[in-house]
Design a protein around this ligand. Structure first.
Ligand code: NAD
Ligand code: UDP
Length: 326
């Protein structure tokens, strides 16, 4: 870990992963600016940060020029982008612009400041994979047209752009491909698997499994993801070596639903809904690269991660029901 206090920009810092990252950076003694347009982020996520005197929140779109009156940054973490399918599909053009114009703004700012860049890419760049588990050298199986294309292809373009800036302008950049991450500070209406299942189980609503539930995902607890992000950022790994960050424990979606019901003690029924178009059938990271280069692997198992997540959602649902919502 670096000893010097750094000036850091986190785009998307009011979102689920970004707010945990901001908190960790503040605890390490850094000065942090969170830039977020609050499209899916929440004020609640950044309201009670430790060391608030070193924390600034700016309500702004990353596609707009990044404010020139901000301090010179040592590090920029680019997380701005909706990550939940219903949210990134709600305004497909905005999602693509965030990945393209937003990432370009971040990289231009990095050139100006001489800042190191972390870019949050995704397992979605592998699409519906024909290679299992997914290794970083796999080039993917992605539709250019369809409901997921704005995110998948936007993120693929962003990776190429980050790499181009590294090659052409010498930007010191890192690319992590995050696999499904879960934990506290997801929205109750986020729409992703764990937030849906936990909210449904806690409110007595039906738990909605899309398709027959035999398709798979691998779930990583957010604290582990943030640890991996920081290890990558402080490493010498170059931009042309993207690193998978995820939990190599593959589970069927139906079994995840059952695990949530057991952990919440809920009597909710499991109901099946149509599988969304182009929904990937299998997803599990190969994390040999992260292990070899960063000494990183997940440490928090599903039971512990679910317990912490459920405790958060219990409080959040209560707040929303009593009117203390965002
Ligand atoms: P999230 O939706 O909770 O957070 C995204 C944040 O970005 C929100 O605060 C949102 O308001 C902000 N944002 C979106 N568009 C913006 C714009 N144009 N300008 C400024 N702010 C903008 O999602 P998350 O799960 O925290 O994901 C964070 C990042 O990690 C995303 O880039 C996502 O693609 C990536 N990622 C996440 C996962 C996961 O499972 N959580 C998996 C793969 C990749
Ligand atoms: N899913 C589900 N019920 C839900 C939400 C999601 O069965 O209420 C499924 C979804 O179809 C997908 C998996 O869970 O197969 C993960 O979905 P999520 O939206 O969390 O992430 P992604 O599809 O981007 O991996």
């Amino acid at each position: 870990m670096r000893s010097k206090a750094l000036q850091i920009l986190v785009t998307g810092g009011a979102g689920f992963v970004g707010s945990h990252l901001c908190e960790r950076l503040l605890r390490e003694g850094h000065r942090v600016v969170c830039l977020d347009n609050f499209s899916t982020g929440m004020v609640e996520n950044v309201r009670a940060m430790p060391h608030a005197e070193r924390f600034t929140v700016i309500d702004r779109d990353v596609c707009d020029p990044i404010l020139m009156d901000l301090p010179k940054f040592d590090e920029i973490y680019n997380l701005a982008c909706p990550a939940s399918p219903p949210h990134y599909q709600a305004d497909m053009v905005a999602t693509m612009r965030t990945c393209s114009d937003g990432t370009r703004n971040v990289l231009d700012r990095a050139i100006r400041d001489g800042a190191r860049v972390f870019h949050a890419s995704t397992s979605e760049i592998y699409g519906d994979p024909e290679v299992h588990p997914q290794v970083e050298d796999y080039t993917g199986n992605v539709h250019t047209i369809g409901p997921r294309a704005c995110y998948d292809e936007g993120k693929r373009y962003a990776e190429s752009l980050v790499h181009a800036y590294a090659e052409q302008h010498g930007v010191d950049a890192k690319i992590a491909r995050l696999f499904n991450t879960y934990g506290p500070r997801m929205r109750t209406d986020d729409g992703r698997l764990i937030s849906n299942f936990v909210t449904q189980a806690l409110t007595g609503a039906d738990v909605t499994v899309y398709g027959d539930g035999t398709h798979t995902r691998s779930l990583c607890y957010v604290e582990d993801t943030v640890e991996g992000i920081l290890r990558l950022m402080r490493s010498h790994v170059p931009a042309d070596v993207p690193v998978n960050l995820g939990n190599p424990v593959e589970m069927r979606v139906i079994d995840i639903a059952r695990a949530v019901l057991a952990a919440t003690g809920s009597a909710s029924a499991i109901v099946h809904r149509d599988l969304p178009v182009h929904d990937p059938m299998r997803r599990m990271p190969d994390i040999q690269r992260a292990l070899a280069l960063l000494g990183w692997k997940p440490t928090i198992g599903l039971q512990e991660g679910l317990n912490r997540t459920i405790a958060y959602f219990q409080g959040r649902i209560c707040e929303e029901q009593t009117g203390g919502m965002a």
